[in-house]
Design a protein around this ligand. Structure first.
Ligand SMILES: *[C@@H]1O[C@H](CO)[C@@H](O)[C@H](O)[C@H]1NC(C)=O
Ligand SMILES: *[C@@H]1O[C@H](CO)[C@@H](O)[C@H](O)[C@H]1NC(C)=O
Length: 369
């Protein structure tokens, strides 16, 4: 996201009643940093722990503690390196991959771009294949960082239509209308004319950006829940928009947690020739879980910051971008040296006949996440 986000941020600060500003000890913080890819694999330790393979392919970034059975415990102790710019962040972040389905019925994985240069941060521009991560503490009052072992999921991979209008603004796509992140003019998921909940229907000259936001309230007790969502909640007024205050947290989930957002830029530019799109006019882009609507977009998170480093950042006023107080950072070359060996050996780069693990003829019966 580009400079326009700063304007949005300034608006947030101005909109804060002064009392709340004092309570917040004078600051809005937005960590925005890149994490290069640590592995692409068909694993999902959150939803399908121990399953090798899991139902669909993911792209994973962050610490090298990632494995199929990392079900509990503090991943900051098991990881020894991270692909993220903040070298104390051993968290794992993952999403589904995107594929292009050509007219002849075969699929090819869509590559990803790095992020637009912002806040003098070069690291995030070089994460091609990675995820840009945001942690925002733009709410009044105390923001409590996640605890070791905390994990969560947002989105519903079985969703193929808009089920709940309150979930608007938590998952959206932007069609970049030109090269170099063209059309990156405002904060994500707020203006339905610019950001859609479904995948864009026409070719996007600069690629497609995905943004996924997580809920901002926690029950204060459980590090996880059976569906990986019940221990977290939206404010009583509904999901908070990016960088906004949101309303109060519900009494069942009273603890305000950082607003976490993922941003991925899919480089669809090699697939913009409509003569190669399916002849029936259907959407050519498919997520790895067999979805060409985009409504099922989802994201997974396993917290893994070392010690109280994230809490310190959330308590520090006015951090913007990939630097904050005493948080340690690393160079992109070091980040890219960190990796996890792929466990499920599949072709992730060639033209493939089927999405790995997905039987498109049997989608209706599939129990998958
Ligand atoms: C997976 O990670 C967990 C900790 O998160 C560790 O206990 C376990 O030994 C790891 N398994 C493998 C096969 O590396
Ligand atoms: C299918 O179409 C794509 C894109 O036009 C092409 O690159 C690929 O070689 C084709 N594969 C087969 C098996 O024809």
């Amino acid at each position: 996201m580009l400079w326009a986000s700063l304007l949005a941020l300034a608006a947030v600060v101005q909109a804060l009643p002064s009392g709340e500003l004092e309570q917040r000890q004078g600051g809005v913080t937005m960590l925005r940093f890149g994490c290069a890819q640590v592995v692409i694999d068909r694993l999902d330790p959150l939803v399908n722990p121990g399953s090798i393979p899991s139902p669909h392919v993911h792209q994973i970034v962050g610490g090298n503690g990632f494995n199929a059975s990392m079900t509990t415990g503090d991943v900051s102790n098991t990881a020894s390196c991270t692909t993220c710019a903040f070298s104390e962040d051993f968290s794992n972040y993952w999403t589904a991959n995107l594929y292009f389905k050509a007219r002849n019925g075969t699929y090819k994985r869509v590559p990803q771009l790095g992020a637009a240069r912002q806040f003098n941060d070069d690291y995030s521009t070089k994460i091609g294949g990675g995820i840009l991560v945001y942690y925002v503490s733009a709410q009044p009052g105390k923001i409590t960082a996640f605890k070791p072992g905390f994990r969560m999921l947002v989105g519903d991979p079985t969703s193929r239509s808009r089920k709940d209008s309150t979930l608007k603004r938590q998952n959206c796509f932007r069609c970049y209308t030109g090269p170099n992140f063209g059309g990156d003019v405002s904060a994500p998921c707020q203006d339905a004319k610019i950001d859609t909940e479904a995948l864009p229907t026409g070719p996007c000259k600069g690629g497609i950006r995905s943004n996924i936001l997580f809920p901002t309230c926690w029950d204060g007790k459980n590090l996880d829940s059976p569906n990986h969502q019940d221990h977290i909640a939206y404010p009583t007024t509904g999901p908070a928009t990016f960088l906004s205050l949101g309303g109060s947290c519900p009494s069942t989930h009273p603890v305000r947690i950082p607003q976490l957002m993922y941003e991925v830029v899919w480089d669809t530019t090699a697939f913009n020739n409509k003569a190669e799109w399916p002849a029936d006019g259907s959407q050519p882009f498919y997520f790895s879980y067999g979805d060409n609507t985009g409504y099922g977009q989802h994201a997974d998170y396993v917290f893994g910051w070392k010690g109280d480093s994230l809490q310190k950042a959330m308590d520090t006023s006015n951090c913007m971008g990939a630097k904050c107080g005493t948080l340690k950072t690393q160079a992109i070359d070091a980040g890219k040296k960190c990796s996890v060996n792929r466990v499920v050996q599949e072709d992730h780069d060639g033209w493939i006949k089927e999405l790995p693990g997905i039987n498109m003829g049997n989608m209706g019966n599939m129990q998958q996440a």
